[in-house]
Write a protein that binds this ligand. Structure first.
Ligand code: C2E
Ligand code: MG
Ligand code: MG
Length: 382
């Protein structure tokens, strides 16, 4: 990988020069001493990470973040702050700053924050590239009263199907994804049920029922097998998800909660704290459908997922697409360096399987190995 590009914005000449000196071995560095200079550089060049003083002449930390976002939607911003500006730094984090470092900080802390931020920044850019090339989004139509009735029938007849997920090297089944199903004919796909729940404000009801159903139908013979459960971003606001008495909690150490990146997490307050609470209950977290939606860098920074699931639009006919291959390889390498596991979803053919395996994805899922079924069936081992 090339050296990441870093923009340092600091009005204190002495500090700026010393930062440049200490970071030059690892970064290609631009420096700016005020907001205007920074803005000019941001409009003319792409950076992987911005390191900025929070107290620049005439520019607050929050203004600075807006200024950066006007020019670049992806680049992570690390703020350097003294004690009096701590509140501003916290406000800036809420708005999407990556993190802040309290002055004086250790060189090690600075290098760790920069290393992680620049990788996430590159990942965010690749996701956007993937979306621009392959993403799409379906629309929903229908009348509200009819929808409410159909939705209730869907809830009353809800069940979950299980699709195997295999280890990329051994092709042994390591887990199953629980996928929502129902017997309501007007809602033939899970997406139809979910969109109805969104329109009717019943996402929490749907999620509770899915989790209860997944917990009661998951009866693996091997105790190490994982259960992947989809969680709508809005479910992160449901207190029941965090209840120690919830039905899924007794399986928590085997459960990976998948939060899709198709929906933005912007409406969910305090995502970091929520993710921590889920981990304290024993759950692991995955970002689902990576490359299909643009939820922003904050999804990653806030959830710090253990697992990343590539959207199947990236997998489809990957053997014939150098662009998809390059994106999947890049994402896989970055995820590995961030200690995240990568699942490739939607593998249908041997050609896709071979190419994905060569690109180093950790886990595999798709019709080639196993369909979603009402009972746990191990994937075909190849
Ligand atoms: P997802 O979580 O990305 O799930 C994978 C989807 O890909 C599933 O579709 C699965 O059947 C399908 N799939 C798996 N392998 C292949 C393949 O090789 N080829 C093709 N063409 N498709 C494959 P499904 O079950 O229709 O689910 C669609 C989406 O609905 C899910 O995508 C997920 O975002 C959402 N969903 C499903 N169940 C739940 C749920 O319980 N809760 C929430 N919040 N969302 C759910
Ligand atoms: Mg999923
Ligand atoms: Mg997915």
């Amino acid at each position: 990988m090339d050296k990441p590009r870093l923009l340092i914005v600091e009005d204190d000449d002495h500090l700026r020069r010393s930062l440049v000196r200490s970071l030059r071995p690892w970064y290609v560095i631009d420096e700016a001493s005020d907001g205007k200079d920074a803005s000019e550089r941001l409009t003319s060049k792409r950076f992987d990470v911005v390191l900025s003083d929070i107290n620049l002449p005439q520019v607050s930390g929050v203004d600075l973040l807006r200024l950066v976002r006007d020019c670049d939607l992806d680049v992570p911003v690390i703020l350097m702050t003294g004690q009096p500006s701590l509140d501003t730094a916290i406000e800036a984090i809420d708005l999407g700053a990556f993190t802040y470092l309290k002055k004086p900080f250790e060189q090690g802390a600075l290098e760790r924050a920069l290393g992680r931020a620049s990788k996430l920044g590159r990942l965010a850019r690749m996701k956007r590239e993937a979306l621009a090339s392959f993403g799409d989004r379906a629309a929903l139509s229908g009348d509200r009263a009819g929808l409410a009735a159909s939705f209730q029938r869907a809830l009353d007849s809800l069940w979950v199907a299980f699709q195997p997920i295999l280890d990329g090297q051994t092709q042994k089944t390591i887990g199953f994804e629980a996928l929502l199903r129902c017997k309501e004919p007007s809602m033939p796909t899970p997406t139809a049920v979910i969109e109805a729940a969104e329109r009717l404000g019943r996402v929490h009801d749907l999620g509770r029922q899915v989790r209860e159903c997944a917990a009661s139908s998951f009866t693996p013979t091997d105790p190490n097998v994982l259960l992947f459960v989809n969680v709508h971003a809005a479910e992160l606001d449901d207190q029941e998800l965090y209840s120690p008495n919830a039905p899924l909690v007794k399986l928590a150490s085997n459960v990976v909660l998948e939060v899709t990146e198709r929906a933005a997490l912007d409406d969910v307050a305090d995502t970091r704290r929520r993710a921590r609470k889920l981990r304290n209950l024993g759950y692991r977290i995955a970002v689902d459908d990576l490359g299909a939606g643009y939820a922003g860098l904050t999804t990653f920074a806030n959830l710090e997922p253990e697992v990343v699931k590539l959207d199947m639009s990236l997998v489809r006919n990957i053997q014939d697409s150098p662009v998809r291959s390059r994106i999947v390889e890049g994402i896989t390498d970055l995820c590995r360096s961030l200690s995240m596991k990568v699942v490739a979803e939607g593998i249908e053919t041997m050609h896709e399987f071979r190419q994905i395996k060569e690109l180093g994805c950790d886990y595999l899922q798709g019709f080639l190995f196993g369909m979603p079924e009402p009972v746990l069936i191990n994937g075909v081992e190849r």
